[in-house]
Design a protein around this ligand. Structure first.
Ligand code: IPM
Ligand code: MG
Length: 359
């Protein structure tokens, strides 16, 4: 029996998580996996009810689970709150406290969506890369951090610190080498070593570790150049290893290679339970209108089966079902094209779930 903590959150979070649960239940039924779901509140929804973005009950629930299925947090209603009390803090605290340091963001273009990307088909055809983002360090968490008066009394200063230690770099780089070993054996480490000290250490540590992985081809790329190469020649990348902020930015950019950010799943892994979430965020402008694309959440559920529950056949069945439904021409609004059949969030979830059951 596997216990899944379900944290729907805000905006489109609840509706896409619902579809992901539907599909997980179908996969569980077909492959004989007993899944138990328990819901926790997080983000703005938790601020409204309990005045904190991560209530202790939710934290305890996550700790006691085998995996966490996460929707999205945030929205304009909470935008005026200080950073440490915003909905996003709930997610960041979970990442930090559960030490979910390895964030896997696979970017794979499903062939039926080749013309859904705003980029030319010659560029995006065959794209299959993975952004491996360090998730518990760098500018997001390092101290000092805050806003305080300047010493000359002429106003304030906002401070964030970009700090990485050798062990932090080693543990994420190790994941990078291992994942590359299961893919096309090519690891590209992203940094800004021409300017930043943290990047110089990053490059040095990754280079030293490469000796332990002689079968992996390692190269280094500056983050600004990487942003350009992702659009110019994305097929040259297999695994992109990046610190927290660089990975945040590059993964949104890379999402457009897959047609829509509504297609991109993620897994955040560490020592404890893994957390699985679509990378698209809460999209408040389309929430509760049956417009959101649930496929990123559904593909995140497949990653949950693969990484936390070690149920590879069930994970693969979900991915095949998604491909099949796309091949049949079904599209949500964000990936709609002439001649295709537009469906809403719930119908898309039903189609994938039915396909998973049929096998
Ligand atoms: C992401 C998001 C988060 C981040 C936000 C919601 C805090 O953009 O997961 O990429 O910045 O990490
Ligand atoms: Mg982001």
């Amino acid at each position: 029996m596997a216990r899944i903590a379900v944290l729907p959150g805000d905006g489109v979070g609840p509706e896409v998580v619902w579809e992901a649960m539907k599909v997980l239940k179908s996969a569980g039924g077909r492959f004989g996996i007993h899944l138990e779901f328990e819901e926790g509140i997080v983000g703005g929804a938790a601020i409204d009810r309990l005045r904190t973005p991560l209530p202790p009950e939710t934290w305890t629930l996550c700790r006691a689970s085998d995996a966490i299925l996460f929707g999205a947090v945030g929205g304009p209603r909470w935008d005026s709150l200080p950073v440490d009390r915003r909905p996003e803090r709930g997610l960041l605290t979970l990442r930090k406290d559960l030490q979910l340091y390895a964030n896997l963001r696979p970017v794979k273009l499903f062939p039926p969506l080749i013309d859904a990307s705003p980029l030319k088909r010659e560029i995006v055809e065959g794209v299959d890369l993975l952004v491996l983002r360090e998730l518990t360090g760098g500018l997001y968490f390092a101290e000092p951090k805050g806003i305080w008066p300047t010493s000359d009394g002429r106003g304030e200063q906002g401070v964030d610190t970009l700090n990485y230690t050798t062990p932090e770099i080693e543990r994420i780089a190790r994941v990078g080498f291992q994942i590359a070993g299961r893919r096309r054996r090519h690891l590209t480490s992203v940094d800004k070593a021409n300017v930043l000290a943290s990047s110089q250490l990053w490059r040095r540590v990754v280079t030293t570790m490469a000796r332990e992985y002689p079968d992996i081809e390692l190269d280094h790329i500056l983050v600004d150049n990487c942003a350009m190469q992702l659009i110019r020649e994305p097929r040259r990348f297999d695994v992109l290893l990046a610190e927290n902020t660089f990975g945040d930015i590059l993964s949104d950019e890379a999402a457009m290679l897959a047609g829509s950010i509504g297609m991109l799943p993620s897994a955040s892994l560490g020592e404890g339970p893994g957390l699985y979430e679509p990378i698209h965020g809460s999209a408040p402008d389309i929430a509760d209108q049956d417009k959101a694309n649930p496929l990123a959440a559904i593909l995140s559920a497949a990653m949950l089966l693969r990484h936390s529950l070690r149920q590879e056949p069930a994970a693969a069945a979900i991915e095949i079902a998604v491909l099949d439904v796309l091949e049949q021409g079904y599209r949500t609004m964000d990936i709609m094209q002439p001649g295709k059949k537009q469906v809403g969030t719930a119908r898309m979830g039903d189609l994938v779930a039915e396909r998973v059951v049929k096998g």
